[in-house]
Ligand binder design. Structure first.
Ligand code: NIG
Ligand code: FE
Length: 395
């Protein structure tokens, strides 16, 4: 039997287990302890009631939260787009076209370069408390380049998404129908074995509603489950298509009609908001308050990519969501943990309850409210993933 460890003297423990505290969705416990056995949580509650364990770790009055679940990132890429960002911050608008710059750099990179880049951003994310992440292809856009992106990603996470339908690549710019045929045919066959999800950038300048439906439906027939880049830059059919196809998530949700909000409220599709993208493109914030008030399940995620949102920081996204998107600190924390888990249709992450993975972050603060109250401050002092304390070099 594996040894047991108690982390105790926790000022504020967020469990996302409402059974512990009545109506509080965060399942907050003050003066708390969490007991870990192997890679799982086996007990949570008041510190004075904790069962005997083999090992004891003192949290010294800090807060403990579930590890962040970053349910949307694009980490298999090469190069960066500093110039584009600089131009944008000097007044140029954001469009989907910049994706092709990263496609060219990614195609030119070796497998080892792509893997090194991916692991660099994963380390960065882990250091900031992310213990589960999803990542996508989408910067290869050939059969070989998409399949290798997914192979590389799959070595690091189970949450891998085929995004061959990111944009039409330059070599097929004059024949988008041929590219859709490739994505739904040979490319899908090569990619499906390495992925769990299929995604489409449903947007003007990328793929329209009919193309998105054809691609997502073809993916579903090969055992991939849909998620959709929807309503990011303009109003459009993406959100309603996502709900209709029971996509796990509609991501971005920046431009929503009342009918879109209503569809989300009545379906099982999570609205994943990506404030790093609006920050980095100086765009209008998604209205989280409107979604929450309508009863929609909301997730927060980084969208980490070199074009529209080059941040791996979930704490940063939480701070933006609280300051600019109408979320309370409690709602933002829930969305960045349990909400992300819902967007990946997972029960074993995003909460600290018996049976869940022992994935958690210790904050150098008495409560999670400090994530928004002290923006930009590296508050994550310790991370446990699968029951193991993660070591990183001291600064
Ligand atoms: O989620 N929207 C489409 N894809 C990315 C942008 C990728 C890029 O600009 O390279 C996004 O924002
Ligand atoms: Fe994205």
């Amino acid at each position: 039997m594996s040894s047991s460890t108690v982390i105790t003297n926790i000022a504020t423990l967020i469990t996302n287990d409402p059974s512990l505290s009545g109506t509080d969705p965060l399942g907050t416990v003050r003066n708390a302890a969490v007991v870990i056995e192997g890679d799982r949580v086996v007990w949570t509650g008041g510190a004075s009631k904790a069962p005997a364990t083999d090992n004891r770790v003192d949290a010294d009055g800090r807060a403990v939260i579930p590890g962040f679940v970053d349910s949307h990132s694009h980490l298999v890429f090469a190069g960066d787009r500093t110039e584009e960002f600089h131009a944008r911050m000097s007044g140029r608008p954001y469009g989907a076209g910049g994706i092709r710059t990263t496609v060219a750099a990614t195609r030119a990179a070796t497998d080892a370069e792509l893997e090194a880049n991916l692991t660099r951003y994963l380390r960065e994310a882990l250091r900031q408390g992310t213990t589960t992440f999803e990542t996508k292809s989408g910067y290869g856009l050939t059969v070989e380049d998409e399949a290798r992106a997914l192979r590389i990603a799959a070595a690091h996470t189970d949450e891998v998404t085929f995004l061959g339908a990111h944009v039409v690549p330059p070599e097929l710019a004059d024949d988008p129908a041929a590219y859709v045929a490739l994505v739904t045919g040979e490319m899908l066959d090569a990619c499906a074995p390495h992925a769990r999800w299929i995604d489409v950038f449903c947007e003007k300048g990328a793929f329209d509603g009919d193309q998105a439906r054809a691609i997502l439906t073809a993916g579903r027939a090969k055992g991939l489950h849909p998620r959709v880049h929807a309503n990011q830059l303009t109003y459009g059919p993406g959100v309603r298509l996502a709900v209709e196809l029971d996509a796990a998530s509609a991501d971005h949700c920046t431009h929503l009609t009342d009918a879109d909000v209503d569809a989300l409220a009545h379906g099982d599709t999570v609205a994943t908001l990506l404030p790093g993208a609006e920050f980095s493109t100086r765009a209008q914030w998604p209205d989280a308050r409107r979604l929450l008030d309508a009863g929609v399940t909301v997730a927060l995620s980084t969208d980490c990519n070199p074009g529209s949102s080059f941040t791996s920081s979930m704490p940063f996204c939480v701070a933006l969501a609280v300051r600019d998107m109408g979320m309370t600190p409690d709602e933002a924390l829930w969305s960045a943990t349990a909400g992300g888990a819902r967007a990946l249709r997972r029960e074993d992450v995003g909460r600290l309850a018996p049976g869940a993975y022992a994935d958690l972050a210790v904050l150098d603060a008495p409560s999670h409210v400090h994530l928004a109250y002290r923006p930009g401050v590296p508050l994550v002092t310790e991370v446990w993933r699968r029951g193991v304390r993660v070591a990183w070099p001291k600064a």
